[in-house]
Design a protein around this ligand. Structure first.
Ligand SMILES: [Zn+2]
Length: 255
């Protein structure tokens, strides 16, 4: 069976002399792994469309185990993401999280749109913001939306001071001792997180929260995602090492 779909290349690995195994996240079929035969030969027409982070249109043959890529056409290559180490690390983190959370199949057009939007924002040097939107909305789309309004301990409307636990969301001062991993969260950050989750994606994409808000969301969501995965992320370690090595005042983009 042949099928056509839009997709994003999440990762690739070489196989044999000239082939590649390509993992896509597709709009209509969810996560798909396919072999691209002969693609590493010079001037192969599928070489461009199978570069990691590429957004394209693909024609595939359904196989018993792996599908086979037959044709590909680039919609947006996201070339800039492969040229800058910081952007590459950020995009790798994004694709690794997608790959770890998703099984083969399971189409989710909203998630596909989220991935496209975040990679597009990344090519505009906005990964520091876009990854936070991605983390929150991905969790929601997978059914792990953090609770931000009522305390996860007692269920009452949250006051101040407030805390956030990776175990599910916000925690009130009274319940704090029951959640040893809870850390404080400011009211402003909590409101930004609610906007990231509730507003239309096009409206969210034009927001510009402050650096301190983004840093706070990053810390909170890294713990939240690690709790759900129950293992550390390879690319997150790499991202953090880049971050430690660079001086934030030198104007370099941070992730
Ligand atoms: Zn409580």
């Amino acid at each position: 069976m042949v099928y056509n779909t839009e997709g994003i290349v999440l990762r690739t690995r070489n196989m044999g002399e000239a082939d590649k195994v390509v993992t896509f996240y597709t709009k209509d079929h969810g996560k798909v792994t396919a072999t691209a035969r002969g693609v590493r030969r010079p001037r192969n027409r599928l070489l461009g469309p199978t570069q990691v982070f590429t957004h394209g249109r693909y024609m595939l043959f359904k196989g018993r185990q792996l599908d086979t890529l037959s044709q590909g056409e680039i919609i947006y290559s996201h070339q800039k993401l492969r040229e800058d180490l910081d952007d590459m690390a950020a995009a790798m983190y994004l694709t690794e999280v997608m790959d770890l959370f998703l099984e083969e199949g399971e189409p989710n057009p909203d998630l596909f749109q989220l991935l496209v939007t975040v990679l597009d924002l990344g090519t505009d040097k906005r990964f520091d913001f876009a990854l936070r939107v991605f983390e929150l909305r991905l969790m929601a789309l997978l059914g792990y939306e953090p609770q931000l309004q009522e305390c996860i301990g007692c269920g009452l409307e949250l006051g101040e001071p407030a805390f956030f636990s990776p175990e599910g969301g916000v925690v009130c001062n009274g319940c704090r001792t029951q959640f040893t991993k809870a850390r404080s969260i400011t009211k402003g950050t909590r409101e930004w997180m609610q906007r990231f989750l509730q507003w239309d994606l096009e409206r969210v994409a034009i927001l510009h929260p402050s650096r301190s808000v983004l840093d706070e969301i990053q810390t909170i969501m890294a713990a939240y995602i690690a709790f759900r995965l129950d293992r550390p992320l390879k690319s997150l370690g790499f991202l953090q090492s880049l971050r430690t090595d660079s001086d934030p005042s030198d104007g370099q983009p941070r992730i």
